[in-house]
Design a protein. Sequence first.
Length: 140
Amino acid sequence: MKTNYHYSQHDHDKHQLEHQHPQPFPFPHHRLKAYRYSLELAKASKALAKRIPRGHRDLADQISRASSSVVLNLSEGANRFSPGEKRQCFRRAQGECGEVAAAAELAVVLELVRSHEAQVCISMAGRVGAMLTGLIKRLL
């Protein structure tokens, strides 16, 4: 029995394109604006941390760790299945937003950075925190 497979040029091109440039699987957190803003918060926090003098690296490290935790807890929550687990992760991320803001404010009070430099992180942390509040409320 002879089987005749018809393989068009279109099929070939599509196959080649898929294997040359595979599309990444979008995780649930990729669809959240809060996640994209949290990445920007991490970037701004890193820039602020770099401005903190060497004698105060512990504060700089804390800002960096807290902003990383926002990103990671938010993405973990988005990828959980139960509403309770999602809320728990989002609340942790929200707490980390507060920590980023407080650390930035502390850096200003200790005169390690200028107020306008810290304000970027404080504003972004507030915005991400508000977005997380919205996500949490949707899960109640």
